[in-house]
Every structure is written in structure tokens, then in C-alpha cells.
Design a protein around this ligand. Sequence first.
Ligand code: ADP
Ligand code: MN
Length: 515
Amino acid sequence: MDPVEIAAAPDAGPGPAWQSKCPWGTPNTTSMSCSLADVMSEQLAKELQLEEENAVFPEVVAVTEGPFITGDNVDTSSDLMLAQMLQMEFDREYDAQLRREEKKINGDSKVSISFENYRKVHPYDSDSSEDEVDWQDTRHDPYRADKPTTTPRKGFIGKGKDITTKHDEVVCGRKNTARMENFAPEFQVGDGIGMDLKLSNQVFNALKQHAYSEERRSARLHEKKEHSTAEKAVDPKTRLLLYKMVNGGLLETITGCISTGKESVVFHAYGGKSATEEKEIPAECAIKVFKTTLNEFKNRDKYIKDDYRFKDRFSKLNPRKVIRMWAEKEMHNLKRMQNAGIPCPEVVILKKHVLVMSFIGQDQVPAPKLKDVTLSSEDMRKAYYQILNMMQQLYKECNLVHADLSEYNMLWHDGKVWLIDVSQSVEPTHPHGLEFLFRDCRNVSQFFQKVGVAEALNERELFNAVSGLNITADSEVDFQAKIEALEKVNEDHVQKQGKKLSMFPSNGDPPIYDE
Ligand code: ADP
Ligand code: MN
């Protein structure tokens, strides 16, 4: 274990309440006062050089090595994470022991036996996790006769009474026993071969399954470890971007990580001084770093490639630039919301795939998500009406559909609901815009019905109330079909006209859906 991990361990487990409130563990003043410049200066020189040289996207580096999260700030709240770290450590020790045994067995012999495949921390681990180790077929089978007795295509050998099929119990049983030797070394199988033990297929398969899942378990842990570091990671280019923001005075300090999601990592920072003095930088900021690992964004393409605002650019861009567009999209959408007076983070600055905005929360503690907050029924009712209002404003004034609206993306702060996470928000005329809206409505009405707000409209009523459309339908399926039909009408119109049909007549009233 490296020192960082050891230092982190004692903080583990359920701590006092204030600790669980603070998602990046113990706020440690000493670590925070450590200037970014001190830690980074040497590294920076290297990175500046790297920045220009690296044509290939640089390797992901864990933030834990970086300046923002020092050893004390490593997230130790997760027991799972700790368990995994421990397991990794055991695995590493196990491998070391294996190496010693390998050495002892091989000695000076010219022929050596490799224990490679029994290793837990496999040297090719990063891409071996998906490799199924087909040990059963590739290892030597001691029961194989000198003359190979392969079972022919027809599936049997011999004649009449002496016929032996591949299912022959005795042969098969012995083979199974022999194959057991191929289980990993720690899997105690005893001297089955010496005893001429015949294992039935059923028993063998059960054992094999067990041995196999043990191996997979270790592979899975490695995978998780990979992910957990990747989740907390920003690549060198991003770190440089963040460093520049601190160095330039835009940010005072970056204190820690608020959230790691599939597509983004969010940090907390204290705001610095604005260069222009025109606009004050918020005292506390949230930095949303859109992940530059591309996989997760692939399935979100539909949100952006059909958004006409980005359509022309989308096709010409490489995937990394598309990710910047996500950040840009979030910025544009937040600005629209800001203009409409919807409570949401205020954009501070956008740099490539890094969006700095005002922090919703206080003293490094982010505002709770609506799903996590306990509200009086009166407050819950107020929250509901506020959301209904915001959804209407979003649709009518901002010309947007949130498209990921749920109790996860609504924060409760200052006695009201704040909307966040709008990178995927689209205009209602998006080819799937109304479907997204319907999904939003479903999430919202289900949540408020669950928490017992009696006034909460059902999803269809909410959809009509927000969109101003007047869709009537006998069933949910029917309703959805009508939504899709409406989208299709719009698409067809676009095809013919070459431009988007506005969902809004010039008088600003939403159209009435006419059957
Ligand atoms: P994701 O796409 O990962 O869901 P979000 O924008 O929802 O990204 O951010 C993830 C989490 O980070 C949020 O659930 C919230 O807890 C926190 N967060 C994001 N932006 C802010 C902000 N401006 N202020 C406070 N917390 C924020
Ligand atoms: Mn979110």
C-alpha cells in the first residue's frame, strides 16, 4: 500500500454525522491551505510540455495524485472502496507469495513452470478482465491416452456393447477429476487423481463454477479498482486547465470532489477575483468536468446530434470536441434558465470541457438532492408547485425540455428547488423532445405522488400543463403514440421546409394539439 492509502484508512467507516454530510471526507484545513502552485510547479513544467506534444490523448491520472485531493481528502467514506483496496493488497501479497513459490519450484531448472495464470494482479490486467481463461481446454490432461482417443464427430467410439461415447461415465469422471487440478492453486482439491476418483459432470461443473467465480471475483475487483480511480480522475490536460484557473486567480482553491458520475466529475472550489471586476465570481463554485473518456457519451449522442443548434457542427467534429459541446450546451441552457429566473447555477466560465458555475450549497456542503431531503408536507407541496412552474417556464420561456428531470437533478437549497444538470436538455422541437418531456413528467409526478403530494398531477396531465398541448388519450400507450405522431409531423415539416417548425405561434401561445 502506498502511503496515501494507509493515511486514508483510519478515517474509514461511519463517522460522525457532519462527516457523512461532507462527501469528500474530513475537511482538513492544512491540506486546503497547501497552495496548488507548491504542489504543481514541477509537475506543471512537464505537463506544459506534454500538452503540446501529446497528439494522443494522455493517460488518465488519478486526482488523488493531484493537488485538489491530498491524502487526507481521499474519499474514505466508502466501505466498499476500502474493502476493494484491501483486497487489492491481499491480491498483491498473494502474487508475491506465488512468485516465491514459482521460484522455489523452478530453482535452477532449465524447464520452468509458470504460475502466471494464477496471479490475481495480472500484468495484463487492464485488458484481461474480459478474457475468459479457457483453462479447461488448453491444459494438459493426464488421463489422455498416449494415442489420442478423440471422440470422433459421430460422438462415440467402439462397437456394440463396448461403445464409448463422450458421455462415458468412468472416462468422463476421471477426466473431470484430472481437470480439477487445473483450478487455481489455492483451491483445495485433494489428491483425487491418486485415488482414481470419478467426479460426475454435475459435481465437477458445480466445483468448476465455484473455482471459476472465485477467479472472476478477483478480475471484477480489478475492474472496479480501475473504475474507481477513473471516476475520481482528471487527465493531465484537465488538471492543467484547473491549475490555470487557480493560478489566474479565477478560483481561490479547489477543495475537493463533490460527485463522480459516469459523464462528469464535479469539484467544489472557492471563487477568486474576477479579472474584469464587472462580474463578481461567486464565493463558492462548482466545477463540472465533462469526462473525456468517450464511451459514456456514445449513448447520449441522440441528445445532441438531433439538436439543430449543434447539428451542423456535430458531424464535423471529433468525439473529444463533441464532449466540449456537452459542456457548451450545459452553459447555453443554464444561461437561458438564468434569464428566465429559474433557480439554477450561474455560469462563471467555460473552458473546453470544464464548466465553472456557482455552487448550490454552503461551506462546501452541496445542497441535498430532492430525493435525499426530508421536507415537511407543506414544503413538499411548495416544491411541487415550484417545479410545475419551472417546467412551464423552461418550456415556454427557455424553449427547453430538461430531458433528465428527476429528484436526482433537483437540489433543495434556501427553501426552494434548484434545477441542475442540463447538458442534455433540448428544445421541444427536437425529434424526441416531447418524448423526453413526457419522461420528465413521469419522473416528477411519480416522485410527488410517492411522497404524498395529493395535488400532484398525473404524468399526462402534467405533460399537457407544461407543454400547453392538449393531448387526450384513453391509455398511456395511446398518449405516447400521439406524442410520437406529433414529433413526426414536426419532422416531416422540417424535411419539407428545411427549417424547424416552431412549437410556438408568434403570439407566444403554445399550439393546441388538434386531432
Ligand atoms: P451528472 O451528469 O454527473 O449527474 P450533475 O450536473 O447532476 O452531473 O452533477 C452531479 C452532482 O454534483 C449533482 O447531483 C450535485 O450533487 C452536484 N452538483 C452539480 N452541480 C452543482 C452545483 N452547481 N452546486 C452544488 N452541487 C452541484
Ligand atoms: Mn445529475
